[in-house]
Design a protein around this ligand. Structure first.
Ligand code: NAD
Length: 478
């Protein structure tokens, strides 16, 4: 099966762009070149901006029911093309093809939910102070959006933004990730083939900082949505501030998992290992700090390590593979540094701790025990297949350790004590908290962080609201 043809989408036309710049897209499992991705020129970005401006006028004037019909048709096409899209995600991103297929199911679910929710942009009638006066609040789409997303979920990071924007009635310029472009292009083709009006969705690639600076300097852009690391999010927010562009920021995380003595340890160890190594740990809500109460610490560590050793690492398109490569060679160096640093601080390496093979960017799934809080991995988001664990004595100790970082994206606990679960829910500094499971991302629920993990949820009612603005209208005499 051929890899996706790599193109830009500007004003409803697929194009190679007018710059003479491009970059190779690499398969991280084999290091082979999959294709050459064109970069947008300034003229291409100007065309995308003009087209998003025009597309916005068309789309906002399209009824929510008509919008839903097009979005649902695009979702149908994604269902039809899912298998091929998933294989190409596995090729350029590295994750197992069955994980990529589940990602596409999520994408389709988000799109259908946003299409439906777009019909519910309800306002409010507010009782007036003066007889004959009518006061109302209405919600409007905010305007053309500029969006930038990370490579780890090359389909769902893209759809979270497109679905919310289109559902709310906005147009969007998506700059998807250059290392993993196939899914964004395939998704955009589904929208085009479903009859989305020209300019409502534009897709560009290039040098990320150059594109974001250019787009955020344009008076056409009215909203920025970013999924990526905290430092880049802070930089983009500062740029957006110059034009008072509103932001949604989905940034990094370092999720604590608190496992209490009363938990079902066999279940917890299995769920923790399976979730930790999903997408080779390259997940913003990945469990990344395992705090285990003293009474069950040894048992948990043993069971977790056993599950880890059973994991099959390999090229994602092969049957049975559970862990693919990391996105690039640069991540291998980061993993090694985190492991070496933890060991130098006294941690015990239970398994893994080194690169696997010398072709492709594979790193062995790794378990570290007795990791002190001073080790870098307890503060730096690992974004890879390393599980650091440490024991705790009581509730007060663990909540303090869980809350000690500036991050606040996901958090988890395993306990059968409802009182403990409730107190944790009240006290944890995080945008999301899962108890006895990890399934905290669904199309219909708000997803997002606090503090350095960002703000502005995607998903659920809140996802669409972030792309709307409020207008108050007060009338007397009519
Ligand atoms: P990164 O911030 O370096 O890059 C993310 C994306 O932004 C990439 O496509 C990159 O090319 C692009 N980018 C970089 N600089 C840019 C700029 N100045 N302007 C516009 N785009 C720019 O992050 P990374 O390390 O490659 O990705 C992983 C990070 O993303 C992790 O911190 C992870 O937690 C976070 N993430 C968060 C979520 C969430 O929903 N909260 C989801 C996925 C990933």
């Amino acid at each position: 099966m051929a890899y996706e043809k790599l193109e830009l989408l500007i004003n409803g036309k697929w194009t190679q762009g007018t710059s003479d710049k491009s970059q190779d897209v690499i398969n991280p499992a084999t290091e082979e070149i999959l294709g050459t991705l064109p970069h947008a020129s300034v003229a291409d970005l100007d065309a995308a901006l003009a087209s998003a401006d025009k597309g916005f006028q068309t789309w906002r004037a399209t009824s929510p029911l008509a919008r839903q019909a097009i979005m649902d048709k695009a979702a149908d096409l994604m269902e039809e093309r899912k298998a091929a899209i998933a294989v190409n995600i596995s090729r350029d991103m590295g994750k197992p093809a069955n994980e990529a297929s589940l990602e596409m199911d999520f994408v389709i679910g988000c799109l259908r939910w946003d299409a439906e929710q777009g019909k519910r942009a309800y306002g409010r009638i507010i009782p007036a102070r003066i007889p004959g006066q009518r006061q109302m609040m209405i919600k409007e789409p905010v305007g053309p959006v500029a969006a930038f997303v990370a490579w780890n979920f090359p389909a769902s990071n893209v759809m979270r933004k497109i679905g919310n924007a289109l559902g709310a009635g906005c147009s969007i310029i998506m700059k998807a990730d250059e290392e993993t472009p196939s899914a964004a292009i395939a998704i955009a083709r589904c929208f085009q083939d479903a009859g989305l009006p020209d300019g409502v969705l534009n897709l560009v690639f290039g040098v990320p900082a150059e594109i974001s600076s250019y787009l955020l300097d344009s008076p056409i852009i009215k909203k920025l949505s970013f999924t990526g690391s905290t430092p880049v999010g802070m930089l983009l927010q500062a740029q957006a501030a110059k034009r008072m562009i509103r932001c949604t920021m989905e940034l990094g995380g370092h999720a604590p998992v608190m496992i209490f003595d009363d938990a079902d340890i066999a279940m917890a160890a299995k769920a923790c290992a399976a979730t930790k190594f999903r997408n080779a740990g390259q997940v913003c809500i990945s469990p990344t700090r395992f705090y285990v109460q003293k009474g069950v610490y040894e048992e948990f560590a043993e069971r977790f390590t056993q599950h880890t050793n059973e994991m099959v690492v390999g090229e994602g398109i092969n049957d049975g593979v559970q862990i693919g490569p990391l996105i690039g060679a640069r991540r291998l160096d980061v993993m090694q540094d985190l492991v070496d640093d933890a060991v130098s601080h006294g941690a015990e390496l239970l398994t893994g701790g080194e690169r696997l093979g010398n072709k492709g960017f594979f790193y062995k799934p790794t378990v570290l025990k007795d990791v002190p809080e001073e080790a870098k991995i307890m503060t730096d988001e690992p974004f890879g297949p390393i599980a650091p664990m440490s024991s705790f004595t009581d509730f007060d100790e663990v909540i303090e350790r869980a809350n000690k970082l500036e991050y606040g994206l996901a958090s988890y606990a395993f306990t059968t004590n409802g009182n403990v679960a409730n107190r944790l829910g009240d006290q944890i500094n995080a945008g999301m908290f899962g108890v006895n499971h990890f399934g905290i991302a669904t199309p219909e629920t708000p997803f997002g962080g606090v503090n350095h993990s960002g703000y502005g949820s995607e998903g659920g009612e809140e996802g669409i609201t972030a792309y709307q603005r409020v207008k108050f209208i007060s009338k007397i005499g009519v």
